[in-house]
Design a binder for this molecule. Sequence first.
Ligand code: ZN
Length: 227
Amino acid sequence: MHTFVRDIDVIIVIGTPLSLKYNRREAEKRFARVYTTVPGDLCIYCCMPNDGKFDHQPPVYVLHRFANGGLVTKKQIQEHFGQCKLVPCCTICNMGLGAYHGLSDTERRAEIVHWFLEDERFPEDRLVLALGFRLIEERLQGKRDHEIYEFPGVGRIIYTNALTGLIEGDFQGHEDFPDWLRLAQSELAVWLRAAPKRKARYFLDMANLESYELLPHARSDPRGQFE
Ligand SMILES: [Zn+2]
């Protein structure tokens, strides 16, 4: 154990960035004081309730890479990234972002929404989205119960409509959302809260992923942002 700790010290001194292990919890603690919390209870990306969760702008992993295994001051960080913020963010958008930084909230929304748009590699994916849309319509007509939210195609319709509308400027904010979208978001939020870990599982189902761990690039270099 002792030797292990010393090895880490040596790595920090010589500062070889790619061999420096990333420990999220330690990095979050290390950089906590540079972030200012932006209050709010709706996700700034999609306007779903954030349920007390926040997103680091820029991601902690980006600061970890910036520090490059050495010492870095708060001033250096602010000169490079501007004010670092903790913004209200739902679990699903947070997972969609991973360590993606992006230059604006619009870019970050585009990164999130690409997980949920039609996957053209699979022709049947169009049917999944069409069914999601129909289930929402039937719910609005009172023909179906809350169980429609179990179907990931329903979540994808809700997330893509909110995110795309904000990206394209059709909505400036939650107040511009059509009634159906507000209702569907609030019902989806209730359904997601009703069981532990349901939000994370739902993200994986919507994105058609088995596991988040299978995406090393999402953490180490999403969209080549460090190139
Ligand atoms: Zn969100």
